[in-house]
Design a protein. Structure first.
Ligand code: SAM
Length: 202
C-alpha cells in the first residue's frame, strides 16, 4: 500500500516513520510512504502557501493552488484518478479501527494535512474525497493525525506484524478489548502473574 502525505512540515514525519514496525514495513515493501512539501508546489520566489481569508476573521488559510498541484502531481504520477484524497480535519468522520480496516483495503491514499485556520474550501469541494478526524479536539496541524492513520492502517496489512495473526487479536478486531499481558518475572514487587497464565508457561 502507498501513502502520499501532503504537508507543510515534512520533517515532522522523519522520526516516527523511520522506526520500529513502520520502518520495517517499508523495508519489506509492504508500504511506501511519500512525503510532499506543499511549499514546493507554490509558485513564485516566495512560495506562498497561506493567506488571510476573504472576509477576514483572523488567522491564515492554506491556499488552494499549491495543494491542488501537489495532489495532482501524485495522482498523475500514479496514473490513476481514483486515489482517495483524505483531509485530516476535526470536522471529519471519527477515526476508528473500522475506518482503519476500510483504508487498509485501498492500494493508495493521499493524506492532506491542514495547518493554521484550515484550507481553502475549494480544496474540500473539488479535491478531497474523504475527511477524517482523530478525535474531538483541535490539533495545530494534521501531521499527527496523518501519522496515526498510517500507523493504524499499516498494522492491519497482511504480513506487516511479525507474530502471525497479531492484529487479529488486537482490541477492536475481536469486538472485545484485549486482555492484559504479563512478562517475566512471575512475581514483581509482590504482584503475581495470574495463575491461569502461569500454567503451561515455558
Ligand atoms: N479552524 C479549524 C476548525 O476549527 O476546524 C481548525 C484548524 S486546526 C488549528 C489546523 C489543522 O489541524 C486542520 O486543518 C487539520 O488538518 C488539523 N487537525 C486539527 N485537529 C484535528 C483532528 N482532531 N483530527 C484531524 N486533523 C486535525
Amino acid at each position: 500500500m502507498r501513502f502520499d502525505i501532503l504537508t507543510l512540515f515534512p520533517e515532522m514525519f522523519e522520526g516516527y516513520f523511520t522506526h520500529s514496525i513502520l520502518q520495517r514495513a517499508q523495508d519489506a515493501g509492504h508500504i511506501e510512504i511519500g512525503i510532499h512539501n506543499i511549499r514546493d508546489y507554490a509558485p513564485g520566489k516566495h512560495r506562498i502557501t497561506d493567506e488571510p481569508p476573504y472576509g477576514g476573521g483572523g488567522g491564515m488559510v492554506l491556499k488552494a493552488g499549491p495543494i491542488f498541484s501537489a495532489a495532482e502531481t501524485v495522482i498523475d504520477g500514479a496514473g490513476s484518478s481514483d486515489i482517495p484524497v483524505i483531509l485530516l480535519t476535526p470536522q471529519g468522520r471519527l477515526f476508528s479501527q473500522e475506518i482503519a480496516a476500510e483504508l487498509a483495503c485501498e492500494a493508495h491514499v493521499i493524506l492532506l494535512c491542514g495547518r493554521y485556520e484550515g484550507i481553502d474550501e475549494r480544496v474540500r469541494q473539488h479535491l478531497v474525497t474523504d475527511e477524517i478526524s482523530i478525535g474531538d479536539y483541535v490539533l495545530t496541524g494534521g501531521e499527527l493525525a496523518a501519522m496515526v492513520v498510517v500507523d493504524a492502517v499499516t498494522r492491519l496489512l497482511p504480513d506487516v506484524l511479525g507474530a502471525i495473526g497479531a492484529a487479529d487479536s488486537d482490541s477492536f478486531s475481536t469486538g472485545l478489548l484485549e486482555g492484559p499481558h504479563y512478562t517475566r518475572p512471575e512475581t514483581f514487587r509482590s504482584w503475581q502473574v495470574p495463575g491461569v497464565l502461569r500454567s503451561g508457561h515455558a
